[in-house]
Unconditional design. Structure first.
Length: 183
């Protein structure tokens, strides 16, 4: 509706946007995707999204230099939020042994996912959708990994506000699991 002049139709009369339903990817669906994926870079990418809840562009553009092996942390700034000012703190994620094994398989300098960081976000989405369609999985997308991480964080007792922050800003209040618990 942005193409209409704001003076012609007042904002209060604009039609309400209808968002598609969003859901988290299940552990079984994730396992099926990993089992079928032949490309090791994509498999590691999906695994990283599962364990960290990173946004697809943030995960694809991670650098080996973003990893602090002594502190066992990954530090990066959300690409989506870079334009919102310098007062934003970068994401600091402590990683487990599973993530450590994944990171050790990736390059030791430069981009962790050399091919995927050059691919447009829409092409990564389309490729993931094709893999899901081939497995008969419907209703999930790459952001579903973020929702899944947030739901698992809540079930593990992670404070709700931190799970919401970890999932990042989403339309209509964040991932489905968090929206249900929001006060």
């Amino acid at each position: 509706m942005e193409w209409l002049l704001k003076s012609v139709i007042p904002r209060l009369q604009w039609p309400k946007p209808v968002f598609k339903s969003k859901r988290a990817i299940t552990a079984d669906e994730h396992a099926a995707i990993l089992q079928r994926e032949q490309n090791t870079e994509r498999r590691d990418f999906y695994e990283l999204l599962w364990h960290t809840g990173a946004a697809q562009s943030d995960g694809a553009c991670l650098l080996a230099e973003d990893i602090n092996w002594e502190a066992r942390t990954i530090c990066f700034t959300r690409k989506k939020l870079k334009t919102r000012g310098a007062n934003l703190k970068p994401t600091l994620f402590r990683f487990s042994a599973e993530i450590e094994a994944l990171l050790q398989r990736r390059p030791s300098s430069g981009p962790l996912f050399p091919y995927l960081c050059t691919v447009r976000a829409n092409d990564r989405r389309q490729s993931f959708k094709q893999r899901c369609d081939g497995l008969g999985i419907s209703g999930v997308s790459l952001p579903s990994y973020r929702y899944s991480w947030a739901e698992r964080a809540l079930k593990c007792g992670f404070p709700e506000r931190f799970a919401q922050q970890g999932a990042g800003p989403q339309q209509q209040g964040g991932p489905p699991g968090i929206r249900q618990h929001a006060k």
